[in-house]
Design a protein around this ligand. Structure first.
Ligand SMILES: Nc1ncnc2c1ncn2[C@@H]1O[C@H](COP(=O)(O)OP(=O)(O)OP(=O)(O)O)[C@@H](O)[C@H]1O
Ligand SMILES: [Mg+2]
Length: 329
């Protein structure tokens, strides 16, 4: 099916305040698609550019270069952006900060309908109530304020708000990371139900590979503003090619305590203003060779799966995955 939304070679540089001429390369040539009914996972460490990408995809931030596509066509004019914003909605990370505290839930849900030209007040209320029920909340929530609800309930309401305009894709940016594990599971199952009942496409951003594995049919792994590996979830989890993906998987917190979900890979990303080596993962890579610092890694393809690496494939041994090998090039 044709993707609802896409990114082509998106670059984004932020100017560093107080350092004229310094820029943070937040996105370095990102391409990605989300089709109707597809659950795409986007995973990567803090600061790798996940939220920047999603803000550009909904038009609240502009790219330095590259294109956003809506139904396969580049989005350029105001009308084209307005049409995209109806079709693609964003659910925010913070269940406490994302709903306006002084607005009744009824207004939170009906305002977008009013703004988009639904004239009849009763029709707006009926749509909002139906939406609340679809996310497992009672109609009585309409009269209440956000403070009356728990974090999980607020995320349900935020999802209802995202869905009132009947978008075809929603972007969920770390929407369960602030919630207890049992509540997380309820919200994730709600998303799966909505995907099945509405054919909704979801771009699901998370640090947590377990959540991505549970939900997503396709996974994009991002490192320092670049998608370094992408593939069908079962292929990517069974046979990861990029050492960064392997590191994330090896450190995936199967036994982590609730709230301690972020996977860790040894080392730190370089300070973003420093000059990056040809492969940005080179300084941290257990399999780096001499070539990695000086030649941009090639894109390798295996079936429906791609990775950017000079030395793709499984580490020879578990030990190999941890200790640097410097004589391969
Ligand atoms: N408005 C801004 N001005 C300057 N730099 C910014 C701005 N927004 C983001 N950045 C920088 O761009 C990079 C990507 O940030 P972004 O918020 O997209 O990362 P993220 O992957 O969403 O991280 P997290 O997992 O912590 O939410 C970071 O280095 C960040 O400091
Ligand atoms: Mg973010």
């Amino acid at each position: 099916m044709e993707p609802v939304i896409g990114a082509r070679d998106l670059e984004k540089q932020f100017a560093v305040r107080g350092f004229s001429g310094h820029v943070v390369p937040a996105l370095r040539g990102v391409s990605l698609d989300v089709a109707p009914g597809e659950f795409v996972g986007l995973v990567g460490e803090s600061g790798c550019g996940k939220s920047t990408l999603s803000r550009i995809l909904i038009g609240v931030e502009s790219a330095t270069s590259g294109e956003v596509l809506h139904e396969g066509r580049p989005v350029e004019t105001r009308e084209e952006w307005a049409s995209l914003r109806r079709d693609v909605q964003y659910v925010f990370q913070d269940p406490y900060g994302s709903l306006p505290p002084r607005m009744r839930i009824g207004d939170v849900l009906t305002d977008p309908l009013r703004i988009h030209g639904m004239r009849d007040r009763h029709e707006r209320a009926a749509r909002a109530i139906a939406m609340l029920q679809e996310v497992g909340m009672p109609a009585s929530a309409m009269q209440r304020y956000p403070s009356a609800f728990s974090g999980g309930q607020r995320q349900r309401i935020s999802i209802a708000r995202a869905l009132v305009l009947e978008p075809r894709v929603i972007i969920c940016d770390e929407i369960v990371s602030g919630l207890d594990v049992s509540v997380q599971a309820q919200v994730l199952n709600l998303l799966l139900d909505l995907q099945a009942s509405r054919g909704l496409g979801v771009l699901f951003i998370s640090h947590d590979l377990r959540v991505i594995r549970y939900l997503c049919s396709r996974v994009c792994v991002m490192y320092l503003g670049e998608i370094v590996e992408e593939g069908a979830a079962d292929e990517l989890f069974a046979d990861p090619q990029h050492p960064y993906t392997q590191g994330l998987l090896a450190s995936s917190p199967d036994r982590a305590a609730p709230g301690q979900l972020a996977a860790r890979v040894a080392g730190e990303p370089p300070s973003s203003s420093a000059a990056l080596p040809a492969c940005p993962f080179e300084p941290r890579c257990p399999r780096r060779g001499d070539v990695c610092a000086v030649e941009v890694p090639p894109e390798i393809r295996l079936g429906g799966h791609r990775a950017l690496c000079h030395f793709p494939g499984a580490p020879a041994t578990a030990q190999d995955a941890r200790s640097p090998i410097t004589d391969r090039a």
